[in-house]
Write a protein that binds this ligand. Structure first.
Ligand SMILES: Cc1ncc(COP(=O)(O)O)c(C=O)c1O
Length: 362
């Protein structure tokens, strides 16, 4: 029986909002909140309303400059979440064939279902470093495919797809008249000005991102889509049905944040560079876990080699006040996802507790 559109729901987001909290929270996927007090903002810099338009020009200009695209190719959105929703609303017609990576961030699949897509999946496997097998994708894609959806860096594993592979994925889709939607919200966490968006790799790429994960600026909801200008135009018009205009205070704060992104990046980069070796050492010390090398980004996705992740999560919750994300939310129940964006002392103690819980399972 097909689900009614009005009954769509995201099990992962329900869990994240209601059940993921703990003193030792290794379940978050981005940097924890950047303090407002650190932004050089005065009350006189803020205003409640401005004449409505298709994008606030100072913000449009900064987002375009940052992504090295024309402002006509940028659609501002309420976080990557609304960016994904708008992008799919513009690109999917009911019954369209849509290919989505597996594992993936569940709301990508749920949103595509909501838009009436016929969903097929292509695997990203641990044996292959969670890369995309291009030969396999070639066999999966059909003339009916309208959209290919993936994340880079990959959620949940943090794997990075090379530009060479992305370009080939773009070409495979393009010959069938399909777009490729790349959710790049974690790519920001490379803090590498040379790391270009996949938007530049072919005419059929549509990109979504935000300041949420890498910079701890989730509350600004500063998200965006990069799309060919005629597709971007469709998304702006659809947004008139969804959000019309954003909160102007958030737009002004986003402009200030973008003007100070170098300092914010430095803060975030230092946090991740301090925390990542702690997790690398922890993973290296555990014979009961297997993970791909954790070289970049904010999350890692170890496999539990014996025992059940559900039991591990129960012990962590009941005895150690610690949370990780069960892999079942990513259709891989023998894995779990850990994030490294929290305060260093919290992360270190959370890892110690995770080690104790794993020892109890042995
Ligand atoms: C792949 C991916 N896309 C989008 C989002 C949502 O991002 P935002 O908070 O910018 O809406 C998340 C959050 O976890 C995510 O992991």
């Amino acid at each position: 029986m097909t689900k009614k559109r009005g009954e769509s729901r995201s099990p992962y987001l329900e869990w994240a909002k209601l059940k993921s909290q703990a003193t030792f929270n290794l379940a978050t996927s981005g940097l924890d909140g950047y303090p407002l007090a650190k932004l050089p903002v005065k009350i006189e810099d803020l205003e409640i309303s401005v004449a409505g338009s298709y994008g606030y020009p100072p913000l449009q200009e900064r987002l375009a400059r940052r992504s090295r695209v024309e402002p006509e190719c940028v659609v501002a959105a309420n976080g990557t979440s609304m960016a994904n929703h708008l992008a799919m609303a513009a690109l999917i017609e009911p019954g369209d064939e849509v290919l989505i990576e597996q594992p993936t961030y569940e709301p990508l699949v749920t949103a595509a279902e909501y838009f009436g897509a016929r969903i097929r999946r292509f695997p990203r496997r641990i044996e292959n470093g969670f890369q995309i097998d291009l030969q396999e994708l070639k066999r999966t894609i059909t003339p009916a495919t309208r959209l290919v959806i993936l994340s880079n860096l990959h959620n949940p594993t943090g794997a990075r797809i090379s530009d060479v592979d992305l370009r080939q994925i773009g070409e495979l889709a393009d010959v069938r008249g399909a777009h490729v939607l790349v959710d790049e919200v974690y790519l920001e966490a490379l803090f590498d000005p040379q790391a270009r968006s996949a938007f530049h790799l072919g005419p059929n790429f549509v990109i979504t991102s935000s300041l949420t994960k890498a910079f701890g600026l989730s509350g600004l909801r500063c998200g965006w889509i990069l799309a060919p200008a005629h597709v971007a135009e469709r998304m702006w018009k659809l947004n008139d049905l969804f959000g019309v205009i954003p909160a102007h205070v958030a737009e002004l704060l986003s402009v200030i944040a973008l003007d100070h992104l170098a300092e914010i990046s430095e803060y975030a980069r230092k946090r991740l560079e301090t925390n990542r070796p702690l997790v690398q050492r922890f993973l290296g010390s555990r014979k009961d876990l297997s993970a791909i090398p954790f070289a970049a980004g904010t999350v890692t996705f170890p496999k539990l080699l014996s025992g059940r992740v559900d039991d591990l999560c129960r012990i962590l919750r009941e005895k150690y006040d610690t949370k990780v994300v069960p892999g079942s939310f990513f259709e891989m129940p023998d894995h779990f996802r850990m994030g490294i964006g929290g305060k260093t002392e919290m992360l270190a103690e959370g890892l110690r507790r995770l080690g104790l819980a794993l020892d109890e399972m042995a």
